[in-house]
Design a protein. Structure first.
Length: 327
């Protein structure tokens, strides 16, 4: 559909118009529903991961694995918030930065890649109180943008030492739909949550990236053909019972995401691969009335398409410790 982002924007305005009637509406009020699951690969959660991963071929390292640091910083900037009985909705602007760097490289400790995201989202929540499904929430993002950039030291090193090196400008606009059963942020009990989602390019013919003659050298490269990805996320939190107490709550979060593995060197449809991003650990909540979780300590395992910008032409395995800061 040529103007799908326009129609999504109209849908958001229509839904907002319906909910504004007899509604309590405020500006710049943060929501407590449809927050990212910990396992979402690129979200607005503040996450620091330190661990071992495969070395990408163009870096020309002698070792098979290196220690890297992933830093995810983000926030959902609140714009409008509304309530009507047991139905709540919000419009926000999610903004996030995702950086991966090599802190123990002896020369420059180079930043390997930076990804930047921003967009506009409509989220809503409805209480159901069914025996198995306690609530339902959804997200409509009619517009979002991602821009990715290799680190300067990595680029300069590769240009000087690898005549076949090329730089790809990964930059695209996309829309996203998501649906959650049993939103975990709103249930103070042992909870199994499920979320499904779909992401598609607003301009499918333009693909995920562009090519510049002065950055690809003598290589013959091609644009992407596919235009969408989809995912399933499962989250189980335990607030009572075995291995939990008033302050520490165990949590397991897993994402299964079907992603496109970029293929710059062939003019064919890219392969799809299922990627697994899993976290297991504990969230800490201070022991006082009305307190919410403040920090999480997790073991993280990732296997699938490399999630960082131009490096998505390869695959990655990542075993790490992750610390999450909640706001």
């Amino acid at each position: 559909m040529k103007h799908r982002h326009f129609y999504f924007t109209l849908a958001i305005l229509f839904i907002a118009n319906l909910t504004l009637a007899q509604n309590k509406t405020t500006a710049f009020t943060s929501r407590n529903f449809y927050k990212p699951f910990i396992s979402e690969i690129s979200s607005t959660l503040n996450n620091l991961s330190l661990g071992k991963t495969d070395v990408h071929s163009f870096m020309d390292h002698a070792c098979e694995y290196i220690v890297i640091n992933e830093v995810h910083l983000g926030m959902d900037i609140p714009l409008v918030y509304g309530e009507r009985n047991d139905f709540r909705w919000a419009v926000s602007a999610p903004v996030s930065i995702h950086m991966v760097w090599n802190p123990f490289e002896e020369t420059t400790s180079p930043i390997i890649n930076n990804d930047y995201r921003f967009g506009l989202s409509f989220t809503a929540y409805k209480t159901l109180n069914h025996h198995f499904i306690k609530n339902l929430s959804f997200k409509i993002t009619p517009f979002a943008h991602e821009s990715c950039h290799l680190g300067d030291e990595i680029t300069i090193y590769a240009l000087q030492n690898n005549p076949d090196f090329y730089r790809i400008n990964v930059s695209y606009e996309y829309y996203e739909l998501g649906l959650t059963l049993n939103d975990p942020e709103l249930l103070d009990e042992n909870t199994l949550s499920c979320r499904v989602g779909f992401m598609g390019l607003i301009h499918p013919k333009e693909g995920y990236y562009s090519l510049s003659e002065n950055e690809i050298g003598n290589n013959t490269l091609y644009l992407s053909h596919r235009w969408a990805e989809y995912y399933l996320q499962l989250n189980y939190k335990q607030t009572q019972g075995f291995a939990s107490n008033d302050k520490w709550h165990p949590n397991l979060s897993v994402e299964f995401r079907n992603r496109i593995q970029y293929n710059y060197q062939e003019d064919v449809k890219e392969e799809r691969k299922w990627c697994i991003n899993a976290y297991i650990g504990y969230d800490y909540t201070p022991a006082k009335d009305g307190a919410t979780k403040t920090i999480g300590h997790y073991l993280r395992v990732y296997n699938g398409v490399n999630p960082h910008g131009q490096l998505r032409e390869g695959t990655s395995r990542f075993l790490a410790y992750s610390a999450l800061i909640y706001f």
